[in-house]
Structures are given as C-alpha cells and as structure tokens.
Write a protein that binds this ligand. Structure first.
Ligand code: BLA
Length: 314
C-alpha cells in the first residue's frame, strides 16, 4: 500500500535523535523542524490524497560524512501535486528544513517554499508561495493569487524584518508576501516561524483546492516551462549547496540536488541554465560560477504595503 502519511517514517533512531537533541539543548533550546513537516503532511491529507513518491525508496536517510547527525527525506505526490518533498538536516551544529511542494503543470498555482537554516546563533529563512509566473509586470496574475494574501504578508513582515541584500535574480522567484529574514535563535522566534509556516501552508492548500485543472495545452506547457525554469535556477544556484557538499561530499550532494530536491530538472524540459539566464553566460560561453552577475540587491523590502514592487526591474 503506497499510501501515505501513516507510513511516514522519521528514520533516525530515537536514541540517536535524543542524543543529538540533548547535546543541542545544553547550548540552546532544541529546534526541530519535524513538527513543521508533520503539520504540513496532516494538513495536506485533509485536503487531498497523498501517495508515497517513487523517490522515497532511494531518498530516505543519509548520514553526514563525520557520522554526526542525520539527513532525513520524505516525498509524496497527489492528484494536484507532482512532488511534495522535505529534507531535514539535524546535526550538532545546525538544523535545516528544505520543504517544497511542486504542483503539477495542469495547475498554475504557486510553488510552496520553506527554507530554514538554523545554527545555535542565527537563522536564515525564506518562506513563500513562489509564483509560477511574473508578479512584477503581470498585474492580473499577481492579483489572482496574492491580492487577498497581502494582509497575511504584512503581519509577518512586521514580525520578521527583511533579511537584507540577496541575489538579485531571486526576487523574481519571490512573491509580494515573501518572508526573507535573518534572526537570532530564540524559542519565541521559533514559535512565530511555526505559526507563519502553518498560516502560509494553509493558504497555499486553499489556493490549490480552489484552482481549476487547466486543459488548454499551451497554458499547460507555459506552466511546465515555468516549473522547469524554477528547478534549473535552484538546482544551479541554491545557497544550501555548499553546506550539502561539506556534509555528504560533492557526488552525493549533486545527486541529492538533481535527483531529489529539484527532481524534474533533467526531464521536465530541455532548456539549459544559459537559455533561461543568458546574462550569466560569460564571454567565452562558460557558465559563470559566481553567485550572481547582477550582484546582490534589495537592502530593504522591495514591496510596499499594497504589494506593489518598489525595486528596479532589471
Ligand atoms: C542563504 N538562502 C540564502 C539566501 C537566500 C536563500 C535568498 C541569501 C543569500 C543569497 O541571496 O543567495 C534562499 N534563494 C533562496 C530560496 C530561493 C532563492 C529559497 O532564490 C528560491 C527561489 N539554505 C537551504 C538549505 C541550506 C541553506 C537546504 O535552503 C543548507 C543545507 C543554507 N542559505 C544557507 C546558507 C546561507 C543561505 C548557509 C548563507 C550563505 C550564503 O549567503 O550563501
């Protein structure tokens, strides 16, 4: 039986987990992102039928090279969802959640995106409903999905101040309600982040539930290309890459990125990074390895309280 949440298996042994967590809690309170994923899976199950993904067999748990800690992976699919996958890293020094849900191309709803990187001192957080299409120039598209969500975004924009400059291209993948923030670790912030995660996930599920299945082939291929472009961007530029390489080595990290985290990057389309992001192409045609050619920008939140984009469109 491939269904579903009842088969959820946090594969780390409870003894090992207790040891990891107690050593963390002597220095700080213990953060775990497992309850975030548990919430999301339970909530999804109340809206749709989740099936275990074929990826689950290969990608379930990994041990960091130094043997300290655990990397756990879960993946599912549903009628509207091509891939729901989560990666949790728990070591003595960091807790990471990378939780993303990719709708099928028949649905033009946003991609749910939660990326939390936590150490004893600091947190780097992106939580968003990443729009599939342009919400800077296409007013109609922005209003369709985000107009009613602006108050929710404003509530959390106050609680989580803008995290400062970021890779310029990333802003085009973000919505007007994006939570991009950095903060010092504390139990209070962790609980607020949990509330934000729950609120954002609930509204995302509502969008999916209300969305009509697209039948127009050209619209479906537009959605598919947008999904592929997103995967190509993240598989190439995700800032988590260097951490993953250090933890499990270059080969496994690459496989995890292309085969699991951004699964579909090698099959959903044939365009390359250079096709989608031609400004990265250096004179001799090589892919530029720098984080960004344009550089980092957006010192302050570039969306106003009505959800209007304030930055320069590049
Ligand atoms: C930093 N992660 C960042 C930054 C962003 C993101 C914007 C700031 C640095 C930058 O602007 O590049 C996240 N960027 C995103 C997301 C999208 C995007 C979600 O374009 C989606 C479109 N982060 C993780 C994982 C790890 C991680 C899995 O998601 C670790 C395994 C770590 N993120 C991490 C670290 C930094 C970071 C260590 C700081 C280092 C840096 O700035 O490069």
């Amino acid at each position: 039986n491939s269904c579903c949440v009842s088969t959820r298996d946090w594969s780390i042994s409870s003894k090992k987990r207790a040891t990891t967590l107690s050593s963390i809690s002597t220095r700080t309170f213990s953060v775990s992102y497992r309850k975030f994923v548990d919430f999301a899976l339970d909530e999804t199950t109340s809206h749709t039928h989740l099936f275990s993904s074929p990826l689950q067999e290969k990608y379930n748990s990994l041990e960091p090279k130094d043997g300290k800690g655990e990397i756990s992976m879960l993946s599912f699919e549903a009628a509207e969802i091509r891939l729901l996958r989560s990666l949790i890293i728990e070591t003595e020094t960091m807790q990471v959640l990378d939780f993303t849900v990719f709708p099928r191309a028949e649905y033009d709803v946003p991609i749910f995106c939660a990326n939390f990187f936590t150490t004893a001192r600091t947190n780097i957080v992106v939580l968003d409903l990443n729009p599939l299409h342009d919400v800077i120039n296409q007013r109609h598209y922005k209003e369709k999905y985000f107009k009613s969500l602006i108050p929710l975004g404003l509530k959390y924009a106050e609680l989580f101040p803008w995290g400062g400059k970021l890779t310029s291209e990333s802003i085009k993948f973000f919505s007007p309600i994006v939570i991009w923030t950095k903060f010092n670790s504390s139990p209070e912030k962790y609980e607020i982040l949990y509330s934000a995660f729950k609120d954002y996930y609930k509204v995302w599920l509502e969008l999916v539930s209300k969305s009509d299945k697209e039948t127009d082939e050209s619209q479906i291929s537009r959605n598919l290309e947008a999904q592929h472009r997103y995967l190509v961007w993240r598989a190439e530029k995700d800032p988590g890459q260097s951490v993953l390489k250090k933890l499990i080595g270059e080969t496994l990290a690459k496989d995890l990125l292309r085969g699991f985290l951004f699964n579909g990057v090698d099959v959903l389309g044939s365009k390359t990074f250079n096709d989608y992001f031609p400004h990265y192409c250096s004179k001799d045609g090589d892919l530029n390895n720098k984080g960004s050619i344009i550089g980092k920008s957006f010192e302050n939140r570039p969306w106003d309280e009505r959800g209007e984009f304030l930055g320069n469109i590049f």
